[in-house]
Design a protein around this ligand. Structure first.
Ligand SMILES: *[C@@H]1O[C@H](CO)[C@@H](O)[C@H](O)[C@H]1NC(C)=O
Ligand SMILES: *[C@@H]1O[C@H](CO)[C@@H](O)[C@H](O)[C@H]1NC(C)=O
Ligand SMILES: *[C@@H]1O[C@H](CO)[C@@H](O)[C@H](O)[C@H]1NC(C)=O
Ligand SMILES: *[C@@H]1O[C@H](CO)[C@@H](O)[C@H](O)[C@H]1NC(C)=O
Ligand SMILES: *[C@@H]1O[C@H](CO)[C@@H](O)[C@H](O)[C@H]1NC(C)=O
Ligand SMILES: *[C@@H]1O[C@H](CO)[C@@H](O)[C@H](O)[C@H]1NC(C)=O
Length: 478
């Protein structure tokens, strides 16, 4: 798979590449998409002030409660819900969510919205069933086993499938799908939230956080901004937003590509010759600035790096004889188990889903090249902003993130230090003015899959409003 070429010329395949893995890559189509004016659009119009669609919610919480998921382990001591929230009545468009309450003290624990990127990929299939949810899917595609390091132990978490067309989310008018992009996703997510808060009204005043992965680093700041703007309209419901986290984010095109190139060289994936030629021939400021020569060099880079996963450059490939049944191990074939499980009719019935074919992703049509100005605005508003990077992820690598942070022009508040889980370095952290940057050692793009213990320490620290723990002879970790 030509990762590099995808990265630069087919932005839709940028982060996660799960969809691209499945659908194959159409080079011609990707070039055509460059002509789209939407690629350059960065307009995010929150000024319309239109109240979002509000549907009736009475009784739906009870209907959405999951009795039991087929194949789930015994002794489950938490409540799970799933179902639809209508986003637009005319278009008959509805988004699907999966919500897990914390087993202990859920009424005092915060509420988190988790969104995946890729872009346009399901937070249920990826986030919940492969990363931070309470269950993972077994090799048989029919049974579930428990994730001992679930983030739902420390927070109540909503996994939202967005856009319509991804996962179980849908529109009865499929022409609607053509409109899907950053801005539609952000507005839909907002509409989802205000309706969801009516359905689960006990959460209305709860501390609320947004956590995203990869490309969804575009949504977190835009959604946060929309929430803050709409909170100012007294006619609209306020949402008690307390912070955002962007994991392995794609937030700025130019620094992303430059960071990938540098990461490839520094991790010995490409030769000195290719690297030198890339540096002297490429302009990464926008997709249209990439010349034919540069493109050729990017193709050579893909070949030079060979058949590795850019999501975790050290990961073992999917091997049908592997069979992990316990976290922290991660099965690189998990994606296919999830696909099987969510397409079992009994599972769909238990989940209250009415879409028969569950798919990981729905491709997006527009995207912004940078969200850094929005992040700067959030930082100035005093909302805690955290970014974490897995340091073996080459897709939106730690180098790219550091270059992007440099562009934010913030100053260091707490200098770089190693943080620990027990006796081991879990990663590194530097606190800037109004921005915290954490690395997770040995983690790839799906950081909680690769490093569940370390990732949970980062998430818990964020929720507690503390930096990840420095070395302490008495530290116990998780
Ligand atoms: C989509 O159509 C089905 C079948 O007519 C209907 O039951 C469902 O409510 C519609 N969805 C939305 C969100 O309106
Ligand atoms: C739940 O809350 C109670 C009262 O605040 C506290 O004593 C207890 O330790 C909490 N349990 C957990 C698992 O957090
Ligand atoms: C890179 O491309 C951008 C946009 O096409 C252009 O404005 C800029 O001057 C170019 N930079 C260099 C060093 O050529
Ligand atoms: C690359 O690895 C994947 C598994 O990760 C495998 O399916 C594919 O056949 C491999 N391709 C080549 C060219 O080796
Ligand atoms: C898969 O794993 C088995 C057992 O560990 C091993 O014998 C086999 O060679 C592996 N296959 C591939 C394609 O790596
Ligand atoms: C940090 O936030 C404070 C307000 O909470 C603001 O005054 C300051 O300008 C912000 N600094 C940066 C670098 O965003």
């Amino acid at each position: 798979m030509a990762r590099f070429v995808l990265l630069c010329f087919f932005l839709l395949c940028l982060v996660g590449s799960i969809h691209c893995d499945d659908s194959g890559f159409d080079f011609k189509e990707s070039l055509d998409s460059l002509g789209s004016p939407l690629l350059d659009s960065f307009a995010f119009d929150t000024s319309t002030g239109l109240p979002p669609y509000m549907g009736p919610q009475v009784g739906l919480k009870e209907q959405n409660k999951i009795t039991t998921l087929p194949g789930q382990p015994d002794g489950i001591n938490f409540d799970q819900y799933s179902g639809y929230v209508t986003i637009e009545a005319d278009a008959e468009r509805a988004l699907f969510y999966y919500f897990v309450e914390s087993p202990q003290n859920s009424s005092t624990k915060p509420l988190v919205l988790w969104l995946n990127g890729a872009p346009g990929c399901s937070a249920f299939g990826l986030g919940a069933l492969m990363e931070v949810g309470p269950f993972r899917v077994g090799k048989d595609g029919k049974t579930l086993y428990q994730n001992e390091y679930a983030w739902t132990d420390v927070a109540n978490v909503i996994f939202l499938e967005t856009p319509a067309g991804a996962g179980f989310s849908y529109s009865n008018r499929t022409t609607n799908y053509k409109l899907s992009g950053d801005n539609v996703i952000v507005r839909d997510s907002y509409t989802f939230l205000v309706n969801w808060f009516e359905r689960f009204s006990e959460y209305k005043t709860r501390d609320f956080f947004i956590v995203t992965e990869g490309y969804a680093g575009h949504y977190a700041p835009k959604l946060a901004q929309l929430i803050l703007d709409n909170n100012k309209h007294t006619s609209q419901a306020t949402i008690n937003l307390r912070g955002i986290v962007m994991g392995n984010p794609y937030i700025d095109y130019e620094t992303l590509i430059q960071g990938v190139v540098d990461y490839y060289w520094a991790h010995a994936l490409i030769s000195d010759e290719i690297y030198t030629a890339l540096i002297s021939n490429c302009n990464f400021s926008s997709p249209t600035a990439i010349s034919k020569i540069c493109m050729g060099l990017l193709e050579q880079s893909d070949i030079a790096a060979g058949n590795i996963s850019s999501r975790n450059i050290y990961a073992a490939p999917c091997n049908s004889s592997s069979n992990p049944t316990i976290v922290p191990e991660f099965d690189p074939c998990s994606k296919s188990y999830v696909l099987s499980y969510l397409n079992v009719p009994e599972v769909q019935t238990a989940l209250h889903a009415n879409v028969k074919q569950w798919e990981f992703c729905k491709q997006l049509k527009d995207e912004a090249l940078t969200v850094l100005p929005i992040i700067q605005g959030l930082m100035a508003s005093g909302i805690p902003v955290w970014i974490y990077s897995g340091d073996v992820n080459a897709e939106d690598p730690v180098t790219s993130t550091r270059y992007a942070i440099k562009k934010l022009e913030t100053s260091v508040k707490t200098p770089w230090y190693p943080w620990y889980v027990k006796e081991e370095v879990g990663g590194y952290v530097v606190e800037y003015q109004n921005l915290t940057f954490v690395t997770i050692r040995g983690a790839g793009h799906l950081a909680p899959s690769d490093q569940p213990v370390r990732s949970l320490v980062v998430f818990s620290s964020f929720l507690d409003g503390k930096l990840p723990p420095p070395y302490s002879s008495t530290s116990t970790g998780v």
